[in-house]
Design a protein. Structure first.
Length: 529
């Protein structure tokens, strides 16, 4: 199989996305995650651009990697300055990184409006910068900025820029769709012609952006025409609409097109790596993201579920485990008996046909009331346990009261008073919070974590409210969805009521009860004091 190499620029181009920020030490963790995934080149950024980048390169110089090569990023020399005297090039030459990715201008519009240099001077800047870095012992990847815009404007000159970089000794010429303006047919045509003009021995790469929603498709089109280095970012992070998404590109290249990219064992870490990056950046991963999203292999309609049960190939385009994901069955009003039975089996429940029919009836009734179980697997699993009798509540509620007081000066204080029975012991707890839900959460945990200490590790990571029937104004029904984690897995729970506090309480209780392996009440680890 032909070898295609991956070049990750999450730490540089990806960080230009809105709200993206990582510390130097966090970036080191990202490098190791990419190394485990099998990424061949990891771009760490421009070492002299700011103190954080300088710190990062200092840290990476001491790290041991299995296979990934660290790349430094920079630009060709400034106009009117000798390459050896250019501060930016000097810093690139002095870094430990063995590979330098050098971006150069290709588009006449950029030369006229931005750099304000002649076409001849630009060619000299490309040539001299690459030769200088090679003379300093670096391998150079040349990024032809705005290449596809340049190709449409002036094919002859854009080709001259590539020829100059190739003649100077660049190891790879990466064609950049910097504005993300191109379509796959444009990319394929241009790469095909460049290969004809430069010859088979010249290694080409591609660097595409997603402004036209074609970043992945354009990268695959470039590879189909001979590019053998693909630049992109994890989860498509990047400026504007993002960069080409390596999370989608990698399995498409390896599993769909048959290219040799990483080992099967490394590919199976794709979902874990994708989610890890999202967690580290504190950016929710799109549940519908191809290959790795929570819904990528999720099935809701009864006929689809039956098909997957018979042969997964009927509604799954590949085996989920190859990319580290798994099949899931989403309970909903569209569910059939197969959906219910499969879900019960997956959580270790034995359910007969009669119980499954009762579950379907109850599920459809609840969805009609506003429940949305496909996003709240914890609440649905607890519902099935209640139907099968394998459920014992953690506590019994006697009642709660929540008061919110606004004081002079605008300060708002919320207090929750909770009365519950835990292991036949009555508890009355009072807690303050930054809102009703937070106060109830604190009051509940204050009582039950004496019996079940591990519940203190459960963290609420998401709280979403949706008004179900807005025509009723402030008396409208409300659906609350909570996301929770114990540090190892995540789950969703749901509550529905005309009272937002009641809906929140229902979702909160489900979240904590689900934290036990079977959703029922275990023996307490230790009673209180």
């Amino acid at each position: 199989m032909d070898k295609v190499k991956l070049y990750d620029t999450t730490l540089r181009d990806g960080m230009q996305g809105h709200g993206m920020s990582l510390s130097a030490s966090e970036k080191v963790r990202v490098v190791h995650a990419l190394d485990r995934l099998g990424v061949q080149y990891v771009e760490a950024g421009f070492p002299a651009s700011n103190p954080k980048e300088a710190e990062l390169f200092g840290l990476l110089a001491e790290e041991k990697l299995e296979q990934a090569t660290i790349c430094a990023f920079g630009m060709t020399r400034r106009r009117g300055v000798e390459a050896a005297e250019d501060e930016g090039l000097r810093s690139l030459a002095e870094t430990f990184a063995p590979v330098v990715t050098l971006v150069g201008k290709t588009w006449s519009l950029h030369l006229e409006k931005v750099t304000k240099v002649s076409p001849e001077e630009n060619l000299a800047m490309i040539d001299e910068s690459i030769r200088f870095l090679i003379g300093e012992g670096k391998t150079v990847i040349y990024d032809a900025e705005h290449f596809f815009d340049a190709w449409r404007a002036d094919q002859a000159y854009s080709l001259e820029c590539l020829q100059a970089a190739n003649a100077a000794g660049a190891a790879n010429l990466s064609l950049c769709d910097t504005n993300g303006s191109s379509l796959p047919v444009d990319v394929a045509s241009a790469v095909r012609e460049v290969r004809l003009q430069l010859g088979e021995d010249v290694e080409l790469g591609c660097h595409t952006h997603n402004d036209a929603e074609c970043g992945v498709a354009n990268s695959l089109a470039a590879v189909a025409e001979g590019a053998r280095l693909v630049q992109g970012t994890m989860n498509g992070y990047g400026e504007r609409c993002g960069n080409a998404n390596l999370v989608s590109i990698l399995p498409a290249l390896q599993l769909k097109l048959g290219y040799d990219v990483v080992s099967p064992e490394q590919l199976a870490q794709l979902s874990t790596t994708s989610h890890y990056l999202a967690e580290l950046l504190n950016v929710p991963l799109n549940p519908d993201q191809a290959y790795v999203g929570r819904n990528a292999f999720a099935h809701k309609g009864g006929m689809h579920v039956a098909g997957v049960a018979a042969d997964s190939r009927t509604f799954e385009h590949l085996e989920p485990s190859t990319v580290g994901n798994q099949t899931s069955v989403l309970p909903s009003e569209l569910s059939g008996k197969t959906t219910i039975l499969q879900r019960a089996k997956s959580i270790g429940l034995e359910m007969d046909d009669e119980s499954a029919r009762k579950a379907i009836k109850l599920l459809k009734e609840r969805e009609h009331q506003g429940y949305h179980y496909e996003a709240a697997e914890a609440s649905f699993d607890l519902l099935l346990r209640k139907l099968t009798g394998e459920y014992e509540p953690l506590f019994r509620l006697e009642g709660f009261r929540v008061t919110t007081e606004m004081r002079e000066g605008g300060a708002v204080e919320t207090e929750a008073t909770l009365r519950i029975l835990v292991q036949n012991e009555r508890h009355l707890t009072v807690a303050e919070g930054n809102g009703p839900v937070n106060a109830l959460d604190k009051a509940l945990r204050a009582a039950i974590t004496e019996y079940y200490p591990h519940l203190s590790e459960v963290e609420l990571t998401g709280y979403r409210v949706r008004i179900l029937d807005s025509d009723h104004g402030t008396g409208a029904g409300t659906r609350v969805l909570l996301d929770s984690t114990n540090g190892e897995e995540t789950w969703g729970s749901i509550g529905v009521s005309e009272n937002i506090i009641e809906a929140s309480w229902e979702a909160l209780v489900d979240s904590l009860e689900f934290a036990f392996p079977k959703g029922g009440r275990p023996e307490p680890e230790d009673g209180p004091g």
